[in-house]
Design a protein around this ligand. Structure first.
Ligand SMILES: NC(=O)c1ccc[n+]([C@@H]2O[C@H](COP(=O)([O-])OP(=O)(O)OC[C@H]3O[C@@H](n4cnc5c(N)ncnc54)[C@H](OP(=O)(O)O)[C@@H]3O)[C@@H](O)[C@H]2O)c1
Length: 241
């Protein structure tokens, strides 16, 4: 098995397991207490990773909100924020000037690129740092043929000194990492909400698994909160294959 960082998936989900509504506009699910928990999680890792659609649709900052937590990171000799890692297949860093419709332009002013300071790492199928028009340094790695090779990406992150990765969705990236056996821990905040909708994303989407290949989890914590939410923490059991 190739060496890789410790990988922790965190999501906020509704009681019916949805991590957004069918509208896919990054619906608010977390409570304020949960946002503080996620901030502490971010402050505890070396990198935060997101999939391409989360990156483009939610325009996340992925930085640590609390000045105290950022100061504690600096005092430990760590960068103020964890590295931000994007996994996006057809990335075009030159916003759609060449008319290549199959590529997605990452806006130079998106918060993934501008909120910081933070190291920015992109895994994609095409692209190079030389093509990047913005002011902020972006490290770009290409690997894979139809999708980014996420096992290779994690091995690369370890090589870059990243030992703990927090994956913050979405459902497609989560599933890919889970079914490849690349996840160690899952934390889920279950909010007292129902979104419904077959098109609404869930913790793990992708093509899915037949019952005999289902992943087994070991429950570490069930913590009901006064805000009506429940925090669940699981370890992903290793399969022998
Ligand atoms: N509640 C929460 O905690 C939470 C957190 C994050 C996101 N979300 C929600 O989740 C939704 C987005 O999830 P999503 O499933 O649509 O997208 P996603 O997982 O964020 O991103 C998937 C994208 O990553 C690219 N990719 C490249 N290589 C990949 C690989 N090996 N495996 C997986 N993906 C790869 C895919 O590009 P190609 O298809 O072009 O190959 C695809 O566009 C949004 O509605 C967002 O609001 C919720």
């Amino acid at each position: 098995m190739t060496a890789r960082p410790y990988v922790l998936i965190n999501v906020a989900a509704t009681v019916d397991g949805k991590i957004d509504t069918f509208e896919r506009r990054g619906a608010a699910i977390s409570s304020e207490r949960d946002r503080e928990r996620v901030d502490r999680l971010r402050a505890s890792v070396d990198a935060v990773m997101v999939g391409g659609r989360t990156l483009l649709q939610e325009d996340p900052r992925l930085t640590v909100r609390s000045p105290e937590l950022r100061a504690e990171r600096l005092a430990r000799g760590e960068p103020e924020n964890p590295a931000k890692v994007g996994v996006i297949s057809r990335l075009d860093l030159q916003p759609a000037r060449d008319g290549v419709a199959s590529r997605v332009a990452l806006p130079p002013d998106c918060r993934f690129l501008t909120a910081g300071p933070a190291r920015i790492i992109l895994f994609t199928l095409h692209g190079s740092e030389a093509a990047w028009p913005g002011e902020r340094a972006v490290e770009i790695y290409t690997s894979g043929s139809s999708h980014v090779d996420v096992a290779w990406a994690l091995a690369k992150l370890l090589e870059l000194g990243i030992r703990r990765v927090l994956v913050e969705g979405g459902g497609t990236l989560n599933f890919e990492l889970l079914h490849l056996g690349l996840v160690d821990e899952i934390q889920v905040f279950i909010a007292p909400l129902i979104f419904g909708g077959t098109a609404a994303p869930t913790l793990a989407d992708g093509p899915g698994l037949p019952r005999h290949l289902a992943l087994n989890l070991q429950c570490l914590e069930v913590d009901p909160w006064p805000d009506g939410g429940v925090l669940l923490r699981y370890i992903v059991e290793k399969t022998s294959g």
